[in-house]
Design a protein. Sequence first.
Length: 269
Amino acid sequence: MELHFYTPENDILKQYIEGYYFLTDQGTGALKAYTTFPNNYCIVTVNLNSKVKLDLTKISIEPSYDNNIYASFAYRYSNPIEVHYTGPFQEVTIYFKPLGINYFVDNLETMFSQKKMTEFIPQFSDFKDEMRKTFHIDKRPLQIAALENYWLSKLMVKDLTFMKSILSDTESNIKIEDIAKKHHISRKHLNNLVQKNLGKSLVEYRKIFRFRNVINNYQDLKSLTELSYENLFFDQSHLIKDFKSLTEINPNLFFKNVNTANKNVWLFK
């Protein structure tokens, strides 16, 4: 399994996309698998010539001979997801920053209504054809250029200042009822706005935000107590509780087995 993660080369795309990776395996078809953990990105994964099955906690990818393109959309998951491949396969995955995908896609509310991983079906009709062309480009630099040019062509002008302010307040640990008061809206209206634009609640967003901050800060080899208070947990037991709910294992075991230097934070099997 060959994986390469890239950050956008285009400065405009850097505002909206955290990065993307190309994943390929041209081998014998042996089963390969990894576990991925919750994050606040909107993730579009495109597979070439594959049968893809999406379950609540598992994604299965098998070869198909129909010359098809299948794209999945993950935006809300609070438990680990196991991804299983039966090769050979080709895949490209784009990680959109929170609210980032909103600048490219107009029918998000429909996809968000699924409240789970779903097929990615954007309103633009050339998506599958252009992704197929990208897969068939031989040289990676040219693939990257084609991928970035395509998404640039879909960029729309939108004013999401209000939603950005709400996320900033959430990341600052302001109480949700106080966020609503600050912006002179009801908590119900706030929740509706967030669901429409993020596909998840502010409670979910904040929980995952804290969790990911702990992972990012762990490289400093701080104690769990230090990590708890520096990342807005009430105490160490609060951190451990959230960690277990999002990873199904305790923090010490997680950090022992998962390479947190990896941008994607995967556990390979």
